[in-house]
Write a protein that binds this ligand. Structure first.
Ligand code: PLP
Length: 432
C-alpha cells in the first residue's frame, strides 16, 4: 500500500516493515531510528546476481556499491550472498576487512585516492583498483613495485553518455571529475601506458553513468561505447581487456508515481546489446561486473522520527517538526530529493493533509520535504520516512553535534541493532 512492497499496516493501524511493527520499534530503540529490512536487501541482491548469471551465462558478478549503505553487518550480508563489494575510501575498505569480507572480491574506487589508501589496498589483497587518472596510475605503479606486487587495475572511463538525471549525480559526460575521457584520446593513452607498466595488470574497463536512472537506453549506449573501445584496444595495441564493469545507477521508487524498470529487464536488454556488439566486433564477451548501490538498499530502509512541534501558519503552510533532519538525511538539502512519509501510528488513515516536515537543525533548508501528503500529525506521533535505506545513514553527519541514530535490521519478524546509537561521549571522544 505504501511505496515499498515490504511495508504494510497491521491490525492496530500501525505501519509495519518486513512484518515488524514500526511503532514498537520506535518505542524499543528510540528515535530517530534507521530501520533496514534484511530480507528485502537479500532478495534484491539475489535478483541482481541471478539475473546477471542468467544473462551472461555465469560470466559476471555483482559488486554492491557500499557507499550507499556501509557497516560491518551489511558487508557480512553481501559476503554471505556471495557477491562482491565496491569501496571508495580506506574507511569503506577497513569496514569490509574488519567484517571478514573476502577482499579479492572488492573493487576500490575513487577519483583522488591517497598513497596510503593505494598501499592499504595492495597490502590487504583488494581484487582490483579502478584507476581514475594518470597520476594515480604512476603512483600505483611505484607503490606496487616497491612492494614487489602486481596491482590489478581497471580504468574508469567517461563514455560520453548523458544519463538524464540530476546533474550532481550524473557522471558519464566529459565535464566530470571522474575518469578518463574517450573523445580526447586520454583513455587510449592511459591504456597504452598501463600496458607498459611492469607492476600493473589491466584487467578491465569501468564506466558508471550516473544514479537514479529510469531509462535503459543510456546503459545500452554506454555498453556499446565501452565494447567498441575494447575492440579498438585489441586492434591497435594487441591486448584484449578481459573485464567490463558497467557500473550502477538503477532507479528506484521514492514516490508513488515513480515507475522504475525491474532489474531483470535492465540486465536482459543490456546483455542483448553486449552479445550483439561482441558478435559485430568479433570480440570474446568480457567478464561483466555491475555495481548497484541504491537499488539494493533504498527501498529496504525507513527512518522513524518522533513529532515535536507543529506550527500552522495560516494561508502559508504547516510545519511538522521531527527529532532528526539533515544530519541523518541530507538528501533534501543537497538535491531536493523527494520522499513519501506516513504517520506510523495512523498508517491506516487517509493522508489528507499537506505539510512541510522540518528537521531540528539550525538551517531553514533543513527539511525532509515540502507539500507532503500526511495523516494529521501531532506531538508524540511517529513519522516514518520511506525508502531512506540508501545515502541516508552513509551521508549522515554530527551537525549541531547531534548523535547519529542507531540502525536496526529486521528479518523474519525479529529486530536487532547493527549500528548503535551514538552516545554523548561519542560526540566528544576526539576532542582534546
Ligand atoms: C555511486 C556509484 C555506484 C552506485 O550507484 P547507485 O546509483 O547507488 O546504484 C556504482 N559505481 C560507482 C563507481 C559509483 O560511484
Amino acid at each position: 500500500m505504501y511505496v515499498s512492497e515490504n511495508l504494510n499496516v497491521n491490525e492496530k493501524g500501525n505501519l509495519t516493515i518486513g512484518g515488524v511493527d514500526t511503532v514498537a520499534l520506535a518505542e524499543e530503540y528510540g528515535t530517530p531510528l534507521y530501520v533496514m529490512d534484511e530480507d528485502l536487501i537479500r532478495s534484491n541482491l539475489r535478483r541482481f546476481h541471478e539475473s546477471i548469471k542468467k544473462c551472461y551465462r555465469g560470466r559476471g558478478e555483482v559488486h554492491y556499491a557500499s557507499k550507499a549503505f556501509s557497516c560491518m553487518e551489511m558487508c557480512r550480508i553481501v559476503a554471505s550472498e556471495g557477491d562482491g563489494l565496491d569501496a571508495v575510501s580506506i574507511g569503506e575498505l577497513y569496514t569490509a576487512l574488519k567484517a571478514g569480507f573476502p577482499m579479492e572480491k572488492v573493487g576500490f574506487h575513487g577519483n583522488n585516492k591517497s598513497d596510503e589508501e593505494l598501499a592499504f589496498a595492495l597490502d590487504n589483497g583488494v581484487g582490483h583498483i579502478i584507476v581514475d587518472n594518470i597520476s594515480e596510475l604512476e603512483r600505483l605503479e611505484k607503490i606496487a613495485s616497491s612492494k614487489n606486487k602486481t596491482a590489478h587495475i581497471m580504468f574508469r572511463i567517461k563514455p560520453g553518455i548523458d544519463a538524464h538525471t540530476h546533474q550532481f549525480v550524473m557522471t558519464g559526460q566529459i565535464d566530470s571529475k571522474f575518469g578518463f575521457a574517450l573523445e580526447t584520446g586520454e583513455a587510449f593513452e592511459a591504456v597504452k601506458k598501463a600496458l607498459s607498466c611492469k607492476n600493473v595488470k589491466l584487467v578491465g574497463l569501468h564506466c558508471h553513468i550516473g544514479s537514479q536512472i529510469f531509462d535503459i537506453a543510456p546503459f545500452e549506449a554506454a555498453a556499446k561505447v565501452m565494447l567498441e573501445f575494447i575492440a579498438k584496444i585489441r586492434d591497435e595495441l594487441g591486448y584484449t581487456v578481459p573485464g567490463l564493469n558497467l557500473g550502477g545507477g538503477f532507479g528506484i521508487k521514492y514516490l508513488e508515481e515513480h515507475d522504475p524498470v525491474p532489474f531483470e529487464q535492465y540486465m536482459e536488454r543490456v546483455s542483448a546489446v553486449v552479445a550483439e556488439e561482441c558478435g559485430k566486433l568479433n570480440l570474446e564477451q568480457p567478464y561483466i561486473y555491475i555495481e548497484p548501490g541504491r537499488s539494493i538498499v533504498a527501498s529496504a530502509g525507513i527512518t522513524l522520527y518522533t513529532v515535536g512541534a507543529r506550527k500552522e501558519i495560516p494561508d502559508i503552510r504547516t510545519y511538522v517538526s521531527v527529532d532528526g533532519g539533515m544530519a541523518d538525511n541530507p538528501r533534501y538539502i543537497l538535491y531536493q530529493s523527494e520522499y513519501e512519509a506516513v504517520v506510523a501510528n495512523k498508517a491506516g488513515e487517509e493522508r489528507n493533509e499537506k505539510v512541510t516536515i522540518a528537521g531540528r537543525c539550525c538551517e531553514s533548508g533543513d527539511l525532509i520535504g515540502e507539500n507532503m501528503p500526511l495523516q494529521h500529525a501531532e506531538s508524540g506521533d511517529i513519522i516514518a520516512v520511506l525508502a531512506t535505506g540508501a545515502y541516508n545513514y552513509s551521508m549522515s553527519s554530527n551537525y549541531n553535534r547531534l548523535q547519529k541514530p542507531a540502525v536496526v535490521m529486521v528479518s523474519e519478524g525479529k529486530s536487532r541493532i547493527v549500528v548503535k546509537r551514538e552516545s554523548l561521549d561519542d560526540i566528544i571522544k576526539n576532542d582534546v
